[in-house]
Ligand binder design. Sequence first.
Ligand code: F6R
Length: 611
Amino acid sequence: MCGIIGYVGKGQAYPVLIGGLKRLEYRGYDSSGVGLIPSMLNGKIVLRKTDGKIANLEKLVKSQPIPESSLGISHTRWATHGAPNKVNAHPHSDNTGRISIVHNGIIENYELLRDKLKKRGHKFKSETDSEVVAHLISEYYKNDLKAAVIRAIKDLKGAFALGVISLDHPDELVAARVGSPLIIGIGKSENYIASDVPAILEHTKRVIYLKDEELAVLTTDNVDVFKFNGQKVRPKIDRVTFKLDAVAKGGYAHFMLKEMHEQPDVLKQMLNARIKKDAISLEGIGLTDKQIKAIKNITVVACGTAYHAGMVGKYIIESLASVPVTVDAASEFRYRNPIVDKNTLILAISQSGETADTLAAIREARKRGAKVISICNVIGSSLARESDGILYTHAGPEIGVASTKAYTAQLCMLYLLGIKLGAAKQHLKPAEMKRLIKDLKQVPKLYEKILANKNSIARIAKANSHFGCFLFLGRNINFPTALEGALKLKEISYIPAEGYAAGEMKHGPIALIDEYRAVVCVATQSDTYEKMISNIQEISSRKGNIIAIATEGDKSIRKHVHHTIYVPKTNNLLTPLLTVLPMQMIAYYISVKRGCDVDQPRNLAKSVTVE
Ligand code: F6R
């Protein structure tokens, strides 16, 4: 978590930094700060720090104006060590006040280092792990900032992306990374560092994705990249393809709403790019057709919403290809001695490609000899770089903290993978494959239909927004949809919500049902429809308030439930792609009605780069 941005150039640093922080706010938003080397050197790094959102920092700078400066660093924080307040906000400085740093990640051995440094006379102000980095660099500093940073890094354990400035080097910005993401933007007579591309997109599209254990020295006209042993490397400069409007709200009230509406296009683009004359192209997967055919079992590792996508993936792949799939929460996988070897294919799923637990899981699996392929949205992310094969979802930047389009893009990729695998294994007959591809291609149009019904879904959501507890039920391939519906609601509206396999209801959750609960039931036409109707009747006779997500044309369901949201008819296997949309919309409209911060819910951050 946390976002950092730094600037060195001929222009003014502050506007670039504050603009960049706003675009990084999705990474953390409990406090923020900026550190600048004034153009007219006066012996001090100018610091402005505050708790709360970036708007507070802007207010502070208005009330305490800053001098002209063309070198600076800034930070938006998601607290790990120490409360979110002004003192713990970044940048942190050494005792001389001549060196300041911003840090994203966790310094695991900070207590040990802090104790050592205290003995050497360093005085600490904050409760953070990050402050130790500033003192350590100062300890090793002998007129060469780059050398001091490299030396300090040798003592650090953990994950970090760092931006460092020093009064003694008023035209130099030093950056380094281990584990946490960091990119460099190449401008004209100005250069940037940032945690993510959107922060600098307004200024440049030319970026270097700094690799792990690399350090960069940026000046106005130059960027040099080094390994930690001091060896200079020639970095690859990439050109970002997405446009600035991809990271703007574009007239929508919230990023989440915009991203929900982008789903038809995201899927359309993926299907157009990946389906060629009824054959699936999984370019990037890093496996030959022969290797795909030879896959014997798959273990999915992922977190949160991506984990739910993996659960749907299990149903898809087992049904289409008859290949057994295990789905593990990445945070559990790594600590339970997983049975994984060179015959296991690990499938990691992640929007950001920076989730610490998912990365740790694939590293563990690779140690045990497994091959790793990933479904990931962020190009050049750590996950993409560390995988043997990568299937990019190309959903575009997802800014809303609650994942929407990234999830449906992950599902779509899992269908493509399932079909490819099923065909390779000859489990899926050519005619079935053709039909499924045809149905899949229809999905974007069906999305438009559901989205067009948004006023009615909003009405239903608002009418139920007063309930203090929600239960989400689904069966079979829509059981993960129920889990995802509950996750969406609780993260953006703070209403306690549980997702359950409907068949499990009698084994406990039914005790929750009374007139004060709302129950969202996925009851689309399928082999388990009758069973779902029985569950609905059980809830109804206990006075639960039921919202059913049903197949268009199913009028009879209405007599059992309070509200019905229809989704168009499609192949049963594809229903999770459709049923999740009303779930997202229910969560969104309830959150809005309750006055919650939809895009930046409390305590959360978009990419969880710490354990
Ligand atoms: C929920 C949500 C999170 C993420 C999870 C994994 O809406 O966004 O649960 O899905 O933190 O993140 P990625 O996919 O970036 O690995």
